[in-house]
Every structure is written in structure tokens, then in C-alpha cells.
Design a protein around this ligand. Structure first.
Ligand SMILES: [Zn+2]
Length: 238
């Protein structure tokens, strides 16, 4: 289900069954941008249908928080320019070189190049795994990226974080809202979720420089900046 946060920001629920993440839609006076492309064409199309139900127009761009499948494999269903950082691009390129059929999917699971957690959720999202189609983004930045949507600024910052090597956080400046993708979470290693206090401290420091009030993580409820920083302080000291 999609919710209205403000006149200019909309976001979806996350789903623990198929591990679908929160998606965002940010509307300026001139352009609209999607935050993350979803797990599959089904996922992103369902989100867009609800967005149109609010009377919003088709988005003009999509920007990715990181390369993980649940945030990016819906990209092939979109015909708008896609933006990501250079590391996300490299990682997606690697994914696109995999062979997506049943035989190889089982092999990747066995060899550990696809973790059991990912395998299980992809099985739910893709009853036919050969439907996976990976589209590479078109506009690639390093460090940071800004787009003026018309009286509304969206800024992306590539940040060190515990979850992945390629995370970016997306700031909707005038609304003081930060979409963080999975960068707030720990890293999946085999069967375990592993934290990295040094990276958490680095992440915390980078976020302290940004002006925001509300945080949208991709697989949990949105929280205040204070709630987020309290947790980061705790994890950074562990
Ligand atoms: Zn992730």
C-alpha cells in the first residue's frame, strides 16, 4: 500500500514475505522521481498504479539506493532514465552477467554467490526465475548527485555503511526527508547478519552533516532522526 507523507512525498509499505522494500515517489513542480525500482516488474508496476491513483503523473527519473535485487530488478519495466552511483552500476553489471535460469540459480545458491535469504525471497517474487531481466542505469555519479525537480531538490550521497559497499542516501532537501535504502542495516554474510561498528560510526558522521528530520529505511517503519542516531550510537559503540 502507498501512503502520502506530504503533498510532495509518497512511499510504499515494505513486505516481509517477499522482502519487497519501501519505494518512494518525490514530486516537484516540473519533475517526479522514483526512489528505487523495486524487486520485479510486478512490484514497480503495482507501486505506479497506486501512485497514479493519487492523481500523480508518470515519474521522469528513477534513482537507486544500492544494487541489491529487491531495489533494482524492477528497473527493466521502466522506460525512464535511471540514476545510480558508480559502484552500484558495477555491481548491477555483475548481476547482469549471471545466467538467470533454474539450473544456474540453484548453482549460485550452492556456491554461495546467492545467499539463502536472497534465494528464498527471490523464489517468492519470481516463481519463474528466468523472468529476471536486469537493466543497467543510464546516469552514473561518484560521490554526490543533485536534481532540481522544480522548487524541490533531491540530493544523493554515496556513504560508507555497514550494509553494502555501494550505498547512497537520498535527501529530499526542502522536506527534510532522508531515504536511506538498506544503509541503516547490517550486512548479509552467508546466513548471518553482520554489523561493522567502524562503518556505522563513519555512516553516522556522514549523516550528521545532512539536514533532515524523518528517515525512511527500506525494510522497517520510518523513524525520526533522533531515533536513528540513538541506534547508530549504540551500534557504533558495540
Ligand atoms: Zn540491500
Amino acid at each position: 500500500m502507498v501512503h502520502k507523507y506530504s503533498d510532495r512525498i509518497y512511499y510504499s509499505d515494505f513486505d516481509e514475505v517477499s522482502d519487497r522494500p519501501v519505494l518512494g515517489y518525490v514530486a516537484g513542480n516540473r519533475y517526479g522521481i522514483l526512489i528505487d525500482a523495486g524487486s520485479s516488474p510486478r512490484h514497480i508496476n503495482a507501486f505506479l498504479q497506486e501512485i497514479y491513483g493519487f492523481g500523480l503523473r508518470k515519474p521522469d527519473f528513477v534513482i537507486l539506493t544500492h544494487s541489491h535485487w529487491d531495489h533494482t530488478y524492477g528497473l527493466c519495466a521502466l522506460d525512464i532514465p535511471a540514476i545510480c552511483n558508480s559502484l552500484t552500476y558495477e555491481l548491477l553489471k555483475k548481476d547482469s552477467e549471471k545466467i538467470w535460469d533454474r539450473e544456474h540459480f540453484e548453482k549460485y545458491k550452492k556456491s554461495g554467490s546467492i545467499e539463502p535469504f536472497i534465494y528464498e525471497h527471490m523464489e517468492i517474487e519470481y516463481p519463474d526465475i528466468s523472468e529476471v531481466s536486469i537493466r543497467l542505469p543510464d546516469m552514473i555519479y561518484t560521490g554526490s548527485f543533485t536534481v532540481d525537480l522544480g522548487d524541490l531538490t533531491v540530493e544523493a550521497y554515496q556513504v560508507a555503511n555497514a550494509h553494502s559497499k555501494d550505498g547512497s542516501v537520498i535527501l529530499v532537501k526542502e522536506e527534510k526527508v532522508l531515504f536511506v535504502g538498506d544503509s541503516f542495516y547490517t550486512e548479509l554474510v552467508g546466513d548471518d547478519w553482520v554489523d561493522h561498528p567502524d562503518l556505522v560510526r563513519e555512516y553516522h558522521k556522514a549523516l550528521e552533516k545532512l539536514d533532515f528530520d524523518r528517515v525512511f529505511p527500506a525494510h522497517s517503519e520510518n523513524i525520526s532522526k533522533e531515533e536513528m542516531f540513538a541506534e547508530l550510537t549504540e551500534r557504533g559503540n558495540a
